[in-house]
Design a protein around this ligand. Structure first.
Ligand SMILES: C[C@@](CO)(OP(=O)(O)O)[C@H](O)COP(=O)(O)OP(=O)(O)OC[C@H]1O[C@@H](n2ccc(N)nc2=O)[C@H](O)[C@@H]1O
Ligand SMILES: Nc1ncnc2c1ncn2[C@@H]1O[C@H](COP(=O)(O)OP(=O)(O)O)[C@@H](O)[C@H]1O
Length: 291
């Protein structure tokens, strides 16, 4: 049996919304959705080290490589660690260094995944003894996408993303384009032209036929870069938006077909190939350790 190392390195994968329907707007303004979340093998890496001080310290290892610098206390990693403090049984602080590879604010859920990995790891390191259900509830307060990463399996999600039914969609290769646009979720959800009453789907229909992304029309109209990326990708395979964007994706049966398409894109820094995954690799890493 393996022992827990002093420093623990754990991945935080990105997600795609394979479709996203908006079925209702609640009286508090929030929108009820139906979506399928699947993970992809593009991940941030979080490195956890217990310390003898009482502090939570969060630092980015590759700050130079991302356009957005996140203040420590605004970071979802810091917020997730703070949310677990009331349950901490171990008298130790934590230093978390993270390496970002998932573009931020891109509909790939990177911040949410970082938060979920933090909850899962600190629950063990700090002996918080919270069940997955309790961690999902803590995560939901940090963002609607956090519970699916905590749960750890691809899921059909309803409500604002908290009602999760595990599913196993196909795991193709994806080509993902990151158009040069930073889209605020709030801007899209408050837009008057947004489709807000798509009929609800049964889970079997969602798995068999999929669906479209109800945010796509509004995002395309506001951001020509997204519109152009969707059109370019659609020449090869049907293209879709993930979340509220800005990333768009299309599926391919093999890695070589996906790579052949990606190589034709003019800006090689704004396109990547990733494999669909139905399990969050953070869970696998934690299961291999003894706490
Ligand atoms: C739409 C999704 C699908 O995965 O995508 P992305 O953020 O990944 O693009 C998520 O549910 C996003 O959830 P979350 O990340 O929690 O949204 P936030 O940024 O906190 O939301 C910003 C604002 O958008 C509105 N909002 C958000 C989610 C929702 N289901 N209905 C809403 O009306 C609310 O006004 C909220 O204050
Ligand atoms: N660790 C983090 N990684 C990415 N974004 C973060 C993080 N902590 C806070 N944020 C904030 O959350 C916002 C949404 O990030 P993210 O979850 O990556 O995108 P999206 O919600 O579009 O999928 C970012 O614009 C950023 O300001």
């Amino acid at each position: 049996m393996k022992q827990t190392p002093t420093t623990l390195s754990v991945p935080a994968p990105a997600k795609l919304n394979l479709f996203l329907h908006i079925t209702n707007q609640r009286s508090d303004g929030y929108h009820e959705l139906q979506t399928i979340f699947q993970f992809i093998d593009l991940s941030d890496t979080l490195e956890f080290t217990l310390t003898d001080t009482d502090e939570i310290r969060v630092t980015q290892q590759n700050a130079h490589s991302t356009s957005e610098i996140i203040e420590e206390k605004d970071n979802l990693i810091y917020k997730a660690a703070t949310a677990l403090l009331p349950y901490r049984q171990a008298p130790q602080g934590i230093r978390i260094k993270y390496e970002k590879r998932i573009p931020s604010g891109a509909g790939l859920g990177g911040g949410s995944s970082d938060a979920a990995t933090t909850l899962l790891v600190l629950n063990e390191l700090w002996q918080c003894q919270q069940s997955l259900e309790q961690l999902r509830a803590i995560g939901l307060k940090l963002g609607a996408d956090v519970p699916v990463f905590v749960n750890g399996t691809a899921a059909f999600a309803e409500g604002v993303g908290e009602h999760l039914t595990p599913v196993s969609p196909n795991t193709p290769w994806y080509v993902v384009i990151k158009p040069n646009a930073h889209i605020s979720t709030a801007e899209i959800f408050s837009h008057p032209d947004l489709t807000r009453n798509t009929p609800t789907l049964k889970i079997s229909a969602a798995l068999e036929h999929g669906g479209h992304n109800d945010c796509e029309n509004v995002v395309r109209a506001l951001y020509s870069e997204v519109d152009q990326a969707l059109k370019w990708l659609a020449k090869f395979s049907p293209s879709k938006l993930t979340g509220t964007g800005a990333c768009v994706f299309a599926e391919f049966p093999t890695e070589s077909e996906a790579l052949a398409v990606a190589q034709q894109y003019a800006d090689s820094t704004a396109i990547f190939v990733a494999k669909g995954m139905n399990d969050n690799p953070a869970h696998r890493v934690l299961q291999e350790l003894t706490f």
